[in-house]
Design a protein around this ligand. Structure first.
Ligand SMILES: O=C1O[C@H]([C@@H](O)CO)C(O)=C1O
Length: 545
């Protein structure tokens, strides 16, 4: 079946947290419309760029784009940007049921509000390994009052201008900024604006809800809670989880979870939905929404104080949740027992010629002007650096608990070329940033694949011993995974999807500052590229039908 959408993307004034600013909408909405499809459907989205003075690209997060690597929507990797006034048609198959996302993938455009949910259901007659009465989706974000341009300019300047902590946290596009803060006058900030009344999810007492929770924060790691209700985690990134119960769900940018919630509390009142920042000593107030027990009024505030979140710098419970996520017994996809190549990616912050950057293995990523997919397929060797980045550094004497002794890194658009159909292990190794006693959580997202999560650990990865602790029995498959402060995360994937695929920190500013790599595999197997992706750089010479 074909699911066809027509989207009009433009800037509009909105007040998602009561503060009025320009946001990007799809058909007048942010979050944008939810894409609903069934496994095996073809999704067709005609995107009209009405941003007037800004390019655009939209990524289908978690969709592997098998056979359509040119519709991954990653500007600079799989396509040229969509020019203002142009309409671009994305067309791809959703081959697996589950909870996915879409969002802008051009500059720092995502955090201007261009995002939404993709929900893929099972074919008729098939059922999930759990039951529920209703299905709901929410996306959690953080929100800045500065424009993406002001932020990007600061990040790319000397002296460095950090984006800082977000002004508010949004639940399904709604938050609440304190409009009595200094400088907030007139119609700039208005708490009575209905656009910023808290998101209310209306539920019927005595039912079980499947709540699909996703995070697309620009920066923040979050804890999500529903006052008075436990959550049973049953799915993540399109894979069924061996169920486990949490009171608060830790969720990182780019991750999706399904949790089951039973509405078995006192039906005479409403309850808080809350998000809190963890992993950073944030000044951002909690995000709040309302779990509205029908027939109470959806605007009625719960009589209690919203629950406070966990302590921001306690890594243990977050590591424990990561380790608790295993594949559901009946849906285990066993990983290959060994791998053909091991790439260890050291995550560091560096100063490169006075610019603050993030690097992996001392290489700080920058996008080429001609998308990799075109440069590779047409063999345009001069469009990017042909010398691959290192598979690993010698970390024997590297102290991951101190700022990097070598502040130098190279800014480069070089890529990893993987042998088609081989098995690749990635060890993400976290370290200290440039700030003393500071190591951040980085959610890494892989395009075009799911990977098995073989393990997480604290400290420096030990090749001889830590590999023995890998979970090869029931590892979950995901597309986004955190590497915890001063820790490591081990992944395995099959390089079986011909194309060029980004693997990057999903923190908007960190990827902008160079925290990513690109993998190429099976480029010779990629079919004829559509001319619609070729409107820039050297690609222009090839965009004749
Ligand atoms: O990339 C970042 O830069 C700042 C800080 O390290 C320097 O101001 C920060 O907290 C980041 O996550």
């Amino acid at each position: 079946r074909i699911r066809e959408y027509k989207w009009d993307v433009k800037y509009e004034y909105r007040s998602p947290d009561c503060y009025k600013k320009l946001v990007i909408t799809i058909n007048g909405r942010t979050p944008g419309p939810t894409i609903l499809a069934q496994q095996g459907d073809t999704v067709v989205v005609h995107v009209k760029n009405n941003l007037m003075t800004e390019n655009l690209a939209i990524h289908w997060h978690g969709i592997r784009q098998i056979g359509t690597p040119w519709f991954d929507g990653t500007e600079g990797v799989t396509q040229c940007p969509i020019l203002p006034g142009d309409t671009f048609t994305y067309q791809f198959v959703v081959d697996r049921p589950g909870t996915y996302l879409y969002h802008a993938h051009y500059g720092m455009q995502r955090e201007a509000g261009l995002y939404g949910s993709i929900r893929v259901s099972l074919p008729d007659g098939e059922s999930e390994p759990f039951g529920y009465d209703y299905d709901r989706s929410i996306i959690l974000t953080d929100w800045y009052h500065k424009s993406t341009y002001e932020q990007a300019t600061g990040l790319a300047s000397i002296p460095f201008g950090w984006v800082g902590e977000p002004q508010s946290l949004l639940i399904q596009g709604k938050g609440r900024f304190n409009c009595s803060s200094p400088g907030m006058t007139g119609d700039v900030c208005n708490t009575t604006n209905p656009e910023c009344s808290p998101y209310a999810m209306t539920v019927v007492p005595g039912m079980t809800y499947r709540l699909r929770v996703a995070s697309l924060t620009a920066l923040s790691a979050l804890s999500f809670q529903i006052e008075g209700h436990n959550m049973t985690v049953v799915e993540t990134d399109g894979h069924y989880v061996k169920p486990f119960v949490v009171q608060n769900l830790f969720i990182y940018s780019g991750e999706t979870y399904s949790v089951l919630v039973t509405t078995d509390q006192d039906p005479a009142r409403n309850y808080w939905l809350t998000t809190n920042v963890v992993s950073r000593n944030a000044t951002t107030p909690p995000g709040v929404g309302i779990l509205n027990y029908y027939p109470n009024h959806p605007r009625r505030y719960p009589p209690t104080n919203a629950p406070s979140g966990p302590i921001w710098n306690d890594v243990k419970p977050r590591l424990a949740q990561s380790q608790a996520i295993r594949a559901h017994q009946s849906f285990i996809i066993p990983p290959p027992a060994t791998s053909d190549r091991v790439i260890v990616l050291l995550n560091t912050q560096n100063n490169v010629s006075g610019y603050r950057r993030w690097s992996v293995n001392n290489v700080s990523f920058t996008l080429p002007h001609t998308p990799y997919l075109v440069g590779l397929k047409q063999n345009l060797l001069h469009t990017f650096n042909q010398v691959p980045p290192p598979d690993r550094l010698d970390l024997t004497n590297y102290d991951i608990r101190s700022p990097p002794p070598n502040p130098n890194a190279t800014i480069s658009d070089s890529i990893y070329r993987l042998k088609f159909n081989t098995t690749v292990d990635i060890i993400l190794q976290n370290a200290n940033s440039l700030v003393l006693n500071n190591s951040e959580t980085h959610p890494w997202h892989l395009h075009g694949h799911d990977f098995w999560v073989l393990g997480y650990g604290e400290g420096k990865f030990d090749m001889a011993n830590d590999t023995k602790k890998y979970n090869l029995v029931d590892p979950i498959m995901k597309n986004t995974v955190p590497v915890h402060p001063y820790g490591w995360t081990a992944l395995r994937f099959k390089a079986d999807n011909p194309g060029a695929w980004l693997f990057h920190c999903h923190i908007e500013s960190h990827f902008f500052m160079g925290m990513g790599v690109v993998f190429e595999e099976g480029i010779e197997k990629v079919g004829k590229l559509p001319s619609s992706i070729m409107g820039c750089g050297e690609a222009r010479h090839y965009n004749r039908p």
